[in-house]
Design a protein. Sequence first.
Length: 106
Amino acid sequence: MADTVHTYLRKRGGEDDETVELYYAAYGRALQQDLASLAVAQLAAPDLVRGRLVLQSLTEAKQAIALGLHGLYTREVVADDPAFFAEHPELIGPPKIRLRGTRGST
């Protein structure tokens, strides 16, 4: 059975110094606070249209997660490399909160 994890990672490169994408969605005051935190940490601003935060390395991604940004969220994915997530547990987060059930559920 394949391992599933709740991760902030949307996409990662093959090496630690390649670009990394994190799941991101925020607006209003939360977005303003996140943009200020990213500016202070000298990290890139999120791409709101595509719902991602693109960073230059895995180290920057860990730094962004440590900031506790309001817009970061996780998705349940099948871990293609479980050893990678074992080495980097900070990339695993809580499940995304569902405010309502899926369609067709009661």
